[in-house]
Design a protein around this ligand. Sequence first.
Ligand code: KIV
Length: 271
Amino acid sequence: MSTQGKIRAVTTYRLTEMKEKGEKISMLTAYDYSMARILDEAGIDVILCGDSAANVMAGYETTIPMTLEQMIYHGRSVKRAVKRALVVVDLPFGTYQGNSRRALASAIRIMKETEADAIKLEGGAEVIDSVNRILSAGIPVMGHLGLTPQSINKFGTYTVRAREQDEADKLFNDAILLQDAGCFAIVLEKIPAALGTMVARELKIPMIGIGGGNGVDGQVLVIHDMLGITNEFSPRFLRRYADLYSVMSGAVQQYISDVKSGDFPNEKEQY
Ligand code: KIV
């Protein structure tokens, strides 16, 4: 809150300020209005409408099938709920790689149709033409390096990235490239903590980790994982803050039982 009691919205500038002051940045995913409202009112700094919606909302194995239309639908629902947090929407696979004009057109659709604050895309040197063109239109870009799920078919595994020196060097150079292009922050996914710390120390823009260790400038988790709505996914970097699968399943079982027994609705629950 500001001194006049008005909400001070989180901006890309504010994130840089937070890094300079050593204030950690909190970020979580959301894909719908109700969840985004809970996160925003709880005080989260950044809400990512990620293409992990493919996994947790649509039940796909990978993020590859996600379409621009689907991301726009989710992004718009999230943005409608948010008053304070910075809202970032993922550009899905196939909407920005290898064609910077198409990338700009995709980013413009996200910005106009969702009213999000920024877009995120995966990769470094391979997508730098797209990054430059999107930035030239005044659209803020968040990068994403390390494990980049849209390239899962190239990696063939979800294991930790950049353990080898060559890949660590490429990641560092890509981070510099994205920073120099004008990206405002970078997600570092599933890399050794020492590498995350080094990159965060050397770069001016915030590094947000997911499995990137404690030495980066902020953390992001997929909301369904940290709330324990998903229970089959347990990577080492994940801390579960609730067991909502059990809570929700228990509530549904109780409801079924109450309906079957005739206990619901009772006298006060009818007209
Ligand atoms: O799509 C997503 O949820 C993401 C996070 C894992 C950072 O990109």
